[in-house]
Design a protein. Sequence first.
Length: 114
Amino acid sequence: MKTLSIIKRSCLTIFSLILLNCTASPSTENSSEKTLFVGSETKDCTGVAPMKCLQVRENATDSWANFYSNIEGFTYEPGFEYELKVRTEKISNPPMDGSSIKYILVKQVSKIKK
């Protein structure tokens, strides 16, 4: 009887340790992945101050739009058109003059000379 009790406690302890060591996967509630197409030229635009904006679209058939943010891990080179997989994350307390979304490069799918 004493041996059975020790086995039960040991199993319970091991099970508890396993549960404690499991890590939850990162929350996808505040992040998602998307495809962005980046044009071969930048355009003059005005955010807080005059600047150059990447030309971006989410679908190959959409019109180009100014992109006022940056993409972490991506280095733009003029004269090339890119297809990128990016992860977006919501910024909980963004600066008043900044975006509420952070863009992070996941993969550069293509880079084509234009």
